[in-house]
Design a protein around this ligand. Structure first.
Ligand SMILES: [Zn+2]
Length: 292
């Protein structure tokens, strides 16, 4: 029975070797994430590849937290943020300036590596400590950045293939399991070269057919597909909290200039408006309740 690859994530294992992986497709989830911004085409695809990679990583989270990738760049990309939680809800944003060359890699767009920084944060969201790891901005593609990160942080041999158009993203992760031995090396090599040599590794619209076509000499067991989605956690309360952080003086200066305060969520572009009274009320001392 087939499983459409559209907006799906399917995890799989090899039956006769300690190898595992997952294949992901982002369609509506991707278009909704990038659709409310007018990113240059190259930046849209890089965001898409990063979203697929984050989805593949977040799929193995063992708790209800989220993964956040944040790039502070010194080149034409100033900021890139992709978040994916354990339920595979995604959101992303980027800021850029000037031209984004159509063949540029993420590392090139980030500019001077001494002044750029990419951090992957694991937020357990239950009050537990954050875990942060630096993702080295070396190599070229988004896939190779994540491969290096996985090799360094998890000590597991991993290969990642990503393919984004303006409309959809496909991704495939292949990993040796922690207990993998020399006996698995031949299968690992065969599986990796099968994907490397495939003219169209993501040619199929069905996740199971795609795995069967790539790994035709091996028994691969696929698990039930999950559904990645776009979702933004912004709210009026959170925006109000951000305005309070900004401070009364700053908010007064916006009111003097514009008469009200309007804030657009940088992820979903939703607009939050605060009238002068509503904005000032954020800084008012709590009212004493009259007792009759
Ligand atoms: Zn939002």
């Amino acid at each position: 029975m087939g499983v459409p690859i559209t907006d799906s994530l399917t995890r799989f294992v090899f039956e006769r070797a300690a190898l595992r992986g997952a294949v992901v497709g982002l369609d509506a989830a991707y278009r909704e994430c990038v659709g409310s911004h007018s990113y240059p085409p190259r930046l849209t695809r890089i965001l898409g590849e990063t979203m697929a990679a984050m989805c593949l990583l977040a799929n193995s989270l063992k708790f209800q937290g989220s993964l956040i990738l944040q790039l502070q760049g010194a080149g034409s990309v100033r900021l890139l943020v992709v978040e994916c939680d354990a339920s595979l809800t995604l959101r992303a944003t980027a800021q850029w300036s000037g031209d984004v060359a159509d063949a540029a890699t993420l590392a090139e767009l980030a500019g001077d590596p001494r002044r750029s920084r990419m951090v992957l944060t694991l937020d357990p969201r239950d009050g537990g400590p954050l875990h942060q790891g630096i993702v080295a901005l070396e190599g070229g593609s988004v896939a190779s950045l994540f491969e290096h990160y996985l090799a360094a942080s998890e000590q597991i041999a991993s290969r990642l293939w990503l393919d984004a158009t303006g409309e959809r993203v496909r991704g495939l992760l292949l990993q040796r399991m922690p207990g993998s031995t020399d006996a698995d090396t031949a299968t690992w090599m065969r599986a990796v070269s099968a994907v490397d040599e495939a003219t169209e590794p993501f040619g199929s619209t069905d996740a199971h057919a795609l795995l069967a076509a790539l790994f035709r000499d091996d028994d691969v067991r696929a698990f039930r597909a999950r559904t990645p989605r776009f979702g933004c956690s912004c709210s009026r309360e959170r925006v109000a909290g951000a305005l309070k952080m900004l401070g009364s003086a700053e908010v007064e200066s916006i009111l003097a200039e514009q008469g009200s305060v309007g804030v657009n969520c940088e992820f979903c572009n939703r607009r939050y408006d605060f009238s002068a009274d509503e904005a000032r009320a954020l800084f008012a001392a709590p009212q004493a309740t009259a007792i009759h």
